[in-house]
Design a protein around this ligand. Structure first.
Ligand SMILES: [Zn+2]
Length: 250
């Protein structure tokens, strides 16, 4: 009885801490350490490469994010690797890709990843009028929401947005806050938009992660070199004692 009571108290005290469930078929899995819930009120903008602060993460805690998908071939490889390690990530979808490959977008959701938004066609939004930029953002959100949930809406189920090329301006950032959309930057990346071999990308991202110690990691699930290195990357994180945090809307 006392033990049950203690467990109940522990659950009440730390509601955002989820004890990692065993990973079927992979006892050595990296797994997902815990889940944090965020909203635009408490964390309107996250990622130290662009903003003054980032997600509330402890030492060696990482949030994995993938941009620009879904893309045939590469996204499914990334999803397979995450699944076999029981790791949950966040995918910032491009509306036109979600519209073209809705089954992949739905797979990301069904495997309990977070689905955020990244515009319709990846323009540099900071150079457009507010109306035009917001039109692009809304077109992207509506395409993603239709692909994933079957509902063409501009108020998304997960109000997370990443600007293409991180190109925001004060007007756009203020508008995102008004709309309750959390703007994601990043804390670390390998720069996988530059062509390199998967081994080189692996060495580079691990070195940079060791430098920052924690944070939001940015990849592109449209890149073959990234899709190829993710399995080794996840195994290496486990070996080095990193833990994965999954971020969801409040
Ligand atoms: Zn992008």
């Amino acid at each position: 009885m006392t033990r049950i009571f203690a467990l109940a108290i522990a659950a009440l005290v730390a509601p955002s801490w989820v004890v990692a469930a065993p990973c079927p078929g992979n006892p050595q899995a990296l797994g997902t350490e815990r889940v944090i819930e965020i909203d635009a009120k408490t964390t309107p903008r996250v990622g130290r490469k662009q903003f003054p602060s980032t997600l509330p993460l402890g030492a060696k805690e990482l949030v994995l994010t993938f941009d620009d998908g879904p893309w045939p071939g590469t996204t499914s490889k990334v999803l397979d690797a995450l699944k076999s390690e029981c790791v949950r990530a966040t995918f910032f979808l491009l509306g036109r890709n979600a519209a073209a490959h809705p089954q992949l977008a739905r797979r990301a959701l069904s495997e309990r990843h977070t689905v955020g938004h990244h515009s319709y066609s990846h323009p540099i939004l900071s150079r457009m009028s507010l109306a035009k930029a917001e039109g692009e953002i809304d077109r992207g959100i509506a395409a993603d929401e239709f692909a994933v949930y079957g509902e063409r809406r501009t108020k998304p189920a997960t109000p997370f947005f990443r600007f293409p090329g991180f190109a925001a301006n004060e007007t756009l950032l203020a508008r995102m806050s008004e709309r309750g959309l959390v703007v994601f930057g990043a804390d670390v990346w390998a720069g996988d938009w530059v062509q390199m071999g998967p081994e080189q990308e692996l060495r580079l991202i691990l070195r940079r992660i060791e430098q920052v110690g924690r944070g939001i990691v940015l990849f592109h699930d449209t890149k073959g070199q990234t899709a190829q290195m993710i399995p080794a990357f996840l195994r290496e994180l486990k070996k080095r004692g990193y833990r994965i945090v999954h971020v969801v809307p409040k």
